[in-house]
Design a protein around this ligand. Structure first.
Ligand code: ZN
Length: 251
């Protein structure tokens, strides 16, 4: 089983009538339900105001193989100590899937090391997501492209580092394009940024979006053992090979 923790900010869904109508039980619930269609995926949800740790206890993160992250209006309310806790787990090998406006989350910006800014427009326009990498595990089961009939536009430049792989590129009705599916490796962890997920449209119910998320969870799930961070000194007598001529300048 792959243990997935679905983290949702869950603020718009409670405070904005339009969003509440689209996601009455929260966006995190819809994401979790989509992932649960795969019998190999076990989901837990966590939200910003669930408790003092935003639902992300050490114990839960310790059991989490892949964390999905959706946030928008309350990035600044996520405590730095929780961001550090999540980052440590990613570096150890936990997968991280960052959705849509999560591009501006503390955790994504910290792992990218850049501003992660982009341009945007809310006009309810059409988006066509072209598959750039048909052989990639995240793109399996899709055609050459899929479309979302009404969504928010995100456009380039997207201020992220060059990705390891680009899985999707989006075209929008208004003419902009955007690198909408990107993979990264940080430490022992795999990261996937996926653009869809605007809160006022039923994007997260879309079958193709849910398929990509299930594929991404499987791709990001850690394949091997954890990489626990340390920086050990290796004494001369423990070197794999004998060092017979030591140089000058030792302290
Ligand atoms: Zn949005």
């Amino acid at each position: 089983m792959i243990n997935v923790t679905v983290w949702g900010e869950n603020v718009h869904e409670r405070t904005n009538e339009v969003v509440r109508k689209v996601y009455p039980s929260g966006m995190h619930t819809v994401i979790a339900n989509g992932l649960s269609q795969d019998p190999d995926i076990e989901t837990t949800t966590a939200t910003l105001e669930q408790d003092e740790e935003h639902g992300l206890s050490e114990g839960l993160l310790d059991r989490t193989d892949v964390l999905t992250w959706w946030g928008h209006c309350a990035h600044g309310q996520v405590k730095d100590e929780i961001v550090a806790r999540v980052k440590k787990r990613v570096l150890e090998g936990m997968g991280l899937i960052v959705l849509h406006s999560g591009h501006y989350s503390k955790i994504f910006k910290s792992l990218m090391g850049t501003t992660c800014s982009l341009c945007w427009r809310e006009a309810g326009e059409r988006e066509r997501l072209w598959v750039c990498h048909p052989g990639h595990p995240i793109a399996q089961g899709l055609g050459k492209y899929f479309e979302l009939p009404h969504t928010e536009m995100y456009g380039e430049p997207f201020a992220v580092p060059a990705p390891h792989e680009q899985i999707f590129i989006s075209w929008f009705e208004g003419g902009e394009v955007f690198r909408s599916g990107l993979t990264y490796f940080r430490g022992n962890g795999r990261i996937f940024y996926f653009r869809p997920g605007h809160e006022t449209y039923p994007v997260l119910y879309d079958e193709n979006v849910q398929l990509v998320l299930r594929n991404a969870v499987k791709w990001a799930s850690p394949a091997g053992s954890r990489w626990i961070d340390s920086c050990p000194n290796v004494p001369i007598d423990q070197a794999p090979e004998p060092i017979t001529k030591q140089g000058e300048g030792l302290h």
